[in-house]
Design a protein around this ligand. Sequence first.
Ligand SMILES: C[S@@+](CC[C@H](N)C(=O)[O-])C[C@H]1O[C@@H](n2cnc3c(N)ncnc32)[C@H](O)[C@@H]1O
Length: 278
Amino acid sequence: MSALPHQVATPRPVTPVGILAALLDRVADGLDGLHDAAAVPDDVRADLDRARELAGGLDPYLERCTTPESDALARLAAGTRAHDWTDRDGEAVFLEQEMLSGHVEGQALKMLVAATRARRVLEIGLFTGYSALAMAEALPEDGELVACELDPEAADLARRAFAGSPAGRRITVEVGPAADTLAALAARGEVFDLVFVDADKAGYAGYLTTLLDDGLLAPHGLVCVDNTLLQGEPWLSTPPGVNGAAIADFNAGVAADPRVEQVVLPLRDGLTLIRRAG
Ligand SMILES: C[S@@+](CC[C@H](N)C(=O)[O-])C[C@H]1O[C@@H](n2cnc3c(N)ncnc32)[C@H](O)[C@@H]1O
């Protein structure tokens, strides 16, 4: 651990619309920096300003119109932002504050848990626990959420945050590779009404197969899969990175799978809802 206090960084944009807004700002700065900035036609400048307003104003508007997060969730998010994620030499998993799903997606997941009347929820990819706690807040008193996390440091931060909230008592954290935890849960005959998949992108296809084939997903169950737009990589003309390619393959596989029905929602970095067909 470094002795110096670390600088809390402003989160970078990690969603298609956030990246679009940042790109438009860069175009505007580029035009302002032109030798003859006044030569930019007024209608081009007006269109650019409107495009910036549309893209840059969307997320703040969604935040304002969505039910506020609980104090426990706000504390958890603030703690995650303040944590020093740069000081993790030698750790197997790369972690950063931007991994936290956040207010609007958290409330969407909470709404889905409530609307489906889920009693048992499984999360694959806990990080510091934001989405898990948001979903647990919608569970009934005797509801349960099992959360899989590979990284002990993240799991520890999450457990500490859960201790400060009554809903946190409904959450059990399983530390280790999610594939092993899923196999153990399936062997015990555990069944879940709602599953949130938000871990290693290359593992998504395998997790979905296990959920569907090994009885972990209840017959009426809902699977919610995060980051299925992966910052636009699946449809951009530039070659995708490893995660973008994994998500592109996952999305294509789900779209071609007759066992399921699905819809891709452009919420944050993409949230796909999947249920058994029929
Ligand atoms: C995007 S973050 C999850 C964010 C969290 N759901 C939230 O809303 O705050 C992904 C997490 O998955 C974990 N992870 C990555 N690979 C994993 C694996 N094979 N098994 C379990 N967890 C894994 C990472 O350590 C990381 O904490």
